[in-house]
Design a protein around this ligand. Structure first.
Ligand code: PAF
Length: 284
C-alpha cells in the first residue's frame, strides 16, 4: 500500500500512474475504521482497478468542538486494516495539507434545502464542511467512482447533489449499511458506548424496522408518533425520527407520495449521538 501524508506526494503519484484504462475508486473516511468502511473498500475493489482511501478528521464539519475532540482516532489500527484488505493508496493528511489557505470555504453550491433538514437542522454548518472537504479530496484524488456509506443517507444525497450541481465527472455509489448481528449499524462512535449502551442503541434499529413493517398498514403520522412514544419510555434521547422522500428529504404524509421512502433517525445513547436509516421503498 502506498501511504501519503502530503498532497504533493499524492498528486505526483496520481499524475504519474493514472492511465485512461484504469478506474480509480475513492473512499473518504474519518478513520476509526470498522467493517462498514472496509465494505466500501471491498465494493471499490470489485469494480475499480485501484482504490484510494483517505483518513482525515475534518474539523469544518463538526459544529461542536467537544464532538471533534472526542471523535475516535485509531491511525495505527487504520493503517493495519487498510493494508490487510489490500487498499492501493492511503492518504492521511494533516490539516494544513487539506486546507493550505485556511478553513474558510469558497465553495458555493445550491443544495436546494437538502442541508437544512434533519442533520442540517441539528448540526448547523455540518454539510458545508462535508461538501467542502469531499470536494477538496475529489480534487486531489481525481477518482472515477466515489464510494460512500448509506448509513449517512443525507450525506449521500447531498454529495450526489454537489456532483450534479458542479457537473463533476464521477459516479457516486451509496453502499449498504453494515450492521452487527443484533442490528446495530456499525459506526466509529459505537466505540464510545458501554456494552449496555450498545444494547440500548438497538432502539434505533427497532424503530426503523417497525416503520418498514408497518408502512403499508399504518399512517406515517401514527408510525412516527409510536416511535416517539417508545423513546419517551426508554433511556435514549430521540433527536429526530422522520419518514422522508429520499429525493427531497422532505417529510412525507403518505407513503404513496413518492417512489423513494426512507426512515431516518438520530438519538443520543450515553451521551453519544448515533444516526441510522432504512430505505422503506424504492432506492437510489
Ligand atoms: O462520512 C464521513 O466519514 C465524513 O463525513 C467524510 C465523507 C469522510 C467527510 O469528512
Amino acid at each position: 500500500m502506498y501511504f501519503f501524508k502530503t498532497t504533493e506526494e499524492l498528486k505526483r503519484h496520481i499524475s504519474q500512474n493514472k492511465s485512461s484504462n484504469q478506474k480509480i475508486g475513492f473512499v473518504p473516511t474519518m478513520g476509526a475504521l470498522h467493517q462498514g468502511h472496509l465494505s466500501l473498500i471491498q465494493q471499490s475493489q470489485s469494480v475499480c482497478s485501484h482504490t484510494i482511501c483517505s483518513v482525515f478528521v475534518n474539523p469544518t464539519q463538526f459544529n461542536e468542538s467537544s464532538d471533534l475532540q472526542k471523535y475516535p482516532r485509531t491511525p495505527a489500527k487504520d493503517i493495519e486494516l487498510l493494508t490487510l484488505v489490500g487498499t492501493d493508496i492511503l492518504f492521511m493528511p494533516k490539516l494544513s495539507e487539506v486546507y493550505p489557505n485556511g478553513m474558510e470555504s469558497s465553495l458555493a453550491i445550491d443544495l436546494k434545502g437538502l442541508d437544512s433538514v434533519m442533520e442540517g437542522k441539528f448540526r448547523p454548518g455540518h454539510f458545508e464542511g462535508v461538501t467542502q472537504v469531499v470536494h477538496r479530496l475529489l480534487e486531489l484524488t481525481q477518482p472515477d467512482v466515489l464510494f460512500m456509506g448509506q448509513k449517512d443517507f443525507q450525506q449521500c444525497v447531498i454529495v450526489g447533489r454537489m456532483i450534479k450541481a458542479l457537473s463533476l465527472d464521477l459516479e457516486l455509489v451509496a453502499c449498504p449499511i453494515v450492521r452487527n448481528s443484533s442490528g446495530l449499524a456499525l459506526s466509529s462512535r459505537n466505540m464510545r458506548l458501554s456494552v449496555r449502551g450498545r444494547e440500548q442503541a438497538l432502539i434505533l434499529f427497532a424503530s426503523l424496522q417497525k416503520a418498514k413493517v408497518t408502512l403499508e398498514k399504518e399512517s406515517v403520522k401514527s408510525i412516527v408518533s409510536s416511535v416517539k412514544k417508545q423513546f419517551l419510555e426508554s433511556n435514549a434521547d430521540l433527536e429526530y425520527f422522520e419518514i422522508v422522500d429520499g429525493h427531497t428529504l422532505e417529510p412525507i404524509a403518505d407513503e404513496k407520495d413518492t417512489d423513494f421512502v426512507v426512515a431516518c433517525i438520530a438519538a443520543y445513547i450515553e451521551g453519544v449521538r448515533l444516526i441510522d436509516n432504512m430505505i422503506l421503498k424504492g432506492g437510489f
